[in-house]
Design a protein around this ligand. Structure first.
Ligand code: ADP
Ligand code: MG
Length: 399
């Protein structure tokens, strides 16, 4: 279900900004509008919807319109045109009372420079949003303490921000954003000021936190690595326009145009793509079938081995044509001759690691879940092809 839906959302800065709308309609660029109408296009007819519980990343270079877009969602910036729906209700049409309630109950915000007050305690900083909203002292202390515990800062509430490391300060900012238990957390370059290593930790922590609290998160970054690491989907912006929306894999493997292609060209696919992206359906057989059936199946489908899985899809092993012939000759069952020692990986194994594994084996690698259920197989050609940056065909690779 979509929690946020945005239609033709537009922001133009400058005097009588509405003048720009017909010009945008005619396809004028941001640059032309700046030159000839003396107006700045912040966001140009953005359209997307965000699902409940999703981490939606807005990515783009500095000045591409990310901050403007995210501030339009809760009307910290008034749109010049278009609509924002929160659970079906048009935020742009809300009166000031409704808007206040919407911001208090449904939205939390986290900013880049943490936005902490140095003279206030960690607790008072975490309470700040609630205080502004007029929540009474006892209640806001209770809520802020809960949020601090959630981000792992229990015991630090009476310290001042400058007694904390950068990562911990960012967590105070996060606690403040979470204190009102919002449906949606808006994070504008929240990790951009952190050192690279601390930043990676925070990304991981955010993913873990999100798995626990299941908030919808709109996360802004100009960093592609960060976007790929944490985004369920990514919207890539340029000059106020969203040029592509997709999963990290879609952005990498099927860039919508030259701009996106250039944006992602330096990405090391082997560290992003996983076994689940390139696996294909194996030819299978049940263990209770006989070797004669197995040989027939191999002939029919033109393969020289079959994956043996029981009726719960639990992987038993691989049966080669030679194994099957031997079983036929010696009057044995499939289970007596199949090879049980076959390479297995989990679906989220990175190509990088797969590649190493595959150089040591001639068999395809079986992709199994934590219950050893067969999900697919990866053949060597698929790994090489994906590493070479070729698009993954629909339905995975053929043999
Ligand atoms: P980003 O967050 O991606 O760096 P912004 O949303 O801050 O980009 O800015 C998008 C565009 O809008 C830029 O061209 C910027 O100069 C312009 N802009 C942002 N805020 C204002 C403002 N208050 N007044 C005029 N122009 C603005
Ligand atoms: Mg910004």
């Amino acid at each position: 279900m979509a929690i946020i839906e945005v239609k033709q959302l537009t922001k133009v800065f400058g005097n009588d900004a509405g003048r720009a709308l017909p010009l945008l309609e005619q396809g004028w660029s941001k640059e032309k509008i700046a030159r000839e109408a003396k107006l700045t296009v912040g966001v140009n007819k953005a359209e997307f919807s965000i699902d409940e519980g999703e981490i939606f990343v807005i990515m783009g270079l500095s000045g591409s319109g990310k901050s403007t877009l995210v501030r339009l969602l809760n009307r910290l910036i008034e749109p010049t045109g278009g609509q924002v729906f929160f659970k079906g209700k048009d935020v742009v049409k809300m009166n000031s009372e409704e808007l206040r309630t919407f911001r208090r109950k449904n939205i939390g915000m986290v900013f880049q420079k943490f936005g902490l007050f140095p003279h206030r305690s960690v607790l008072a900083n975490a309470e700040y949003g609630l205080e502004v909203q007029g929540v009474d002292k006892r209640e806001r202390t209770r809520l802020a303490m809960e949020a601090l515990e959630l981000v792992g800062l229990k015991g630090w509430e009476n310290h001042r921000p400058d007694q904390l490391s950068g990562g911990m300060q960012q967590r105070v900012g996060l606690a403040r954003g979470l204190a009102n238990d919002p449906d949606i957390l808006l994070m504008d370059e929240a990790f951009s000021a952190l050192d690279p290593l601390i930043r990676k930790d925070m990304q991981q922590e955010l993913l873990e936190l999100q798995a626990r609290v299941k908030k919808t998160i709109v996360f802004i970054t100009h960093d592609l690595d960060e976007a790929l690491r944490i985004g369920d989907r990514i919207a890539l912006m340029k000059d106020g326009v969203i040029v592509q929306i997709g999963t990290p894999e879609e952005i990498l493997i099927q860039p919508a145009n030259k701009y996106v292609e250039r944006f992602v060209e330096d990405v090391d696919l082997s560290k992003v793509l996983t076994a689940s992206h390139i696996m294909r359906q194996p030819e299978m057989i049940r263990p209770e079938r006989g070797p004669r059936v197995a040989l027939q199946l191999m002939r029919d489908s033109g393969v020289s081995s079959l994956y043996v899985a029981n009726n719960e899809m639990k992987l038993q092993g691989v049966l080669t044509a030679d194994d099957a012939s031997r079983a036929l000759k010696e009057n044995k069952s499939i289970l007596e001759v199949l090879q049980r020692e076959i390479p297995r990986v989990s679906p989220d194994t990175l190509l990088n690691d797969l590649f190493e594994l595959m150089s040591e084996t001639h068999l395809p690698v079986a992709v199994v879940d934590e219950a050893d259920k067969l999900k697919g197989i990866v053949i060597k050609g698929a790994v090489l092809s994906a590493l070479a940056g070729n698009a993954v065909p629909e339905g995975g690779y053929g043999s």
